[in-house]
Write a protein that binds this ligand. Structure first.
Ligand code: ADP
Ligand code: MG
Length: 318
């Protein structure tokens, strides 16, 4: 199977929301009038961003999901994506699996695959997504203000639980491991929630490197600090919270990585609107703290006293 057979067999379907997709030198995109184009790239490298044990269909899902998650964080609606693929060989079973996971998520979000590049080399997947957002209404990292509430979507720490089980540092019951592994390998990009939060959230980011690290980017960009109440029901994989010792559970939630949930801020007066947005997007949202004028991140324990252990700077590859 040559390069062009491979592309036409696995990666060429008619574009539905774009004037021109795969097959020419460039794709053509047509964002609607009054919309800005939101663009983001994410690369996945074997051994660094995924384990060789992942099933190809899950990898196809994840490669697109992590990119859609960036659109979600900006409140953008997915439009199209490109796929640059480096493959050790044209393994048809692998390609069929990878393409099926990729297409399933792409179609669920009405996101056209409009082009890319295919080359032989170490397994490496780079996707660029294009979305549209009404001009001036994208959710940014710069908008958090003192007094805002701090929120997070879904649950955190599940992917880290699975990773530690793979590494052998944590032993999980089979059903917990399967659930955590599913979250690690097939994250859910919070695309509907991101769009529902436009005009409500003051800032947003997607959590790819762990809550504390990513929240730190928002605080720095907005010139504010935050107090995070770890005693408030921090949303961890329900089964995981019981099987882990508490410090481990907190580490997974605060510094886990690979969550692809949204962390966002909103004025305290908008609590009901945030909850309505969560319901409209069928996505749980939890209030976990507040934004302060004083820079830095303060962690409070269940008793309201500052936590002694520092999680900031935790290296999830360490
Ligand atoms: P060029 O020589 O102009 O770089 P290529 O020969 O690499 O184009 O690719 C031919 C066509 O197939 C182009 O439209 C390109 O965007 C598309 N394409 C290549 N690889 C992929 C892929 N992995 N997924 C989707 N489209 C692809
Ligand atoms: Mg090319």
């Amino acid at each position: 199977m040559g390069e062009f057979d491979l592309i036409s067999r696995y990666f060429h379907r008619p574009a539905r929301r774009s004037p021109l997709g795969v097959g020419d030198d460039c794709a053509l995109l047509a964002p609607a009038a009054g919309q800005q184009l939101a663009v983001s790239s994410d690369m996945l490298v074997e051994g660094r961003h995924f384990l060789s044990t992942v099933a190809p269909d899950r990898l196809g899902h994840k490669a697109l999901a992590v990119n859609l998650s960036d659109l979600a964080a900006c409140g953008a609606r997915p439009l199209a994506f490109t796929l640059a693929l480096s493959l050790p060989s044209a393994d048809e079973a692998w390609l069929a699996g990878f393409a099926s996971g990729l297409w399933a998520l792409a179609e669920a979000h009405g996101c056209d695959l409009v082009g890319g590049d295919t080359t032989r080399g170490p397994l490496n997947i780079c996707i660029t997504v294009f979305g549209e957002v009404p001009a001036g209404r994208a959710l940014l990292r710069t908008g958090a203000r003192a007094g805002d509430d701090l929120w997070v979507s879904g649950t955190l720490g599940d992917a880290r639980l699975a990773l530690e089980a793979f590494r052998g540092t944590l032993e999980l019951p089979a059903d917990v491991f399967a659930a955590a592994r599913l979250r690690m390998e097939t994250p859910t990009p919070r695309v509907a929630l991101g769009q529902a939060l436009r005009g409500i959230a003051s800032s947003a980011i997607d959590i790819s490197d762990g809550l504390l690290g990513d929240l730190g980017h928002v605080l720095a960009a907005s010139g504010v600090g935050a107090t995070l109440e770890t005693g408030r029901a921090l949303p961890l994989l329900a089964a995981g919270a019981e099987i882990c010792e508490p410090h481990w559970a907190l580490t997974c939630v605060l510094a886990g990585g690979d969550d692809y949930e949204l962390a966002f801020t909103a004025p305290a007066a908008a609590r009901a609107q945030v909850e309505a947005a969560g319901r409209a997007a069928a996505t749980p949202v939890t209030r976990i703290g507040r934004i302060d004028a004083e820079p830095g991140l303060r962690l409070l324990g269940a008793d309201g006293a500052p936590l002694a252990r520092r999680f900031a700077g935790f290296d999830h590859f360490g």
